[in-house]
Ligand binder design. Sequence first.
Ligand code: NAD
Ligand code: MG
Length: 282
Amino acid sequence: MAKTKKFPEQHQKPPGMEFKMHPQPEIIRPDYKGSEKLKGKTALITGGDSGIGRSIAVHFASEGANVAIVYLNEDKDALETQKMITALGKDCYLIKGDLKKEAFCKKSIEKAVAKFGSLNIIVNNAAFQMPENTIEHISKKQLEETFETNIYPFFFMVKEALPHLKKGDTIINTSSVTAYRGSDHLLDYSSTKGAIVTFTRSLATMLAKKGIRVNAVAPGPIWTPLIVSTFKKLKDFGSDTPMGRAGQPSEIGPAYVFLASKDSSYITGQVLHINGGEIVGG
Ligand code: NAD
Ligand code: MG
């Protein structure tokens, strides 16, 4: 599964539905064994219904955490993630709504705290993209959609979560390889991913004295609903990476475990690059 080199053409409308994808993304390696790295912790993951977010949620649960996942409207995918987590003996609390709305972000944090009594890990991972080949085609409406989905909620969520976070707790943000190498067809999206890198560095510096660490992950091409709902040509997706293939969510989730756990206790303000070998700065 993880070595798939060619994908069948398929198309969906955003947000994509994982249950309709073929082949199905690999969420966690069948031989992955948790070792209580997040025992007793509570995590909130935006976009946790599918793709990379689902992988993070399942890995966190495998490591002993309870999770709340925030998603737009993909009920079937969210219920499937919940099922996977329940099977691991952990709780998965579903929160449905639009992160562009500050009031909803506030409510999401309140609900997660009310449900679990604490919050230790915030993963800002939800995103929107719509490829356009020229800047003239990027309307103000699209620009707003991209920035209001991909970066504004990071501020809203952290603002609301901060009073609940303690020394040792962590914030992890999903950026993208496009922040580093640019993208001629994702100008607005890649700009938000660059903003996420700077947000991560600045927030890490701001919160270091409180003992709250802030890091990011910059994935390369990963087989998820975002891809099948926004790209027209999928057959060779990821084949231009040095490793010659796309990645699976199962190859991303473990990095979030590392950044959320004590294993990364001296790391803050950094970005992990998981992209099949593309050498990028920072
Ligand atoms: P995905 O479609 O599975 O996840 C994105 C999720 O964001 C969706 O499940 C959706 O519920 C949520 N979302 C979107 N808009 C929302 C809104 N307004 N309110 C609430 N939730 C909203 O796709 P994915 O590829 O797993 O994406 C996860 C992250 O990974 C994103 O930040 C994406 O930019 C990043 N990323 C993905 C790739 C890739 O190749 N798949 C590469 C680099 C970075
Ligand atoms: Mg989804």
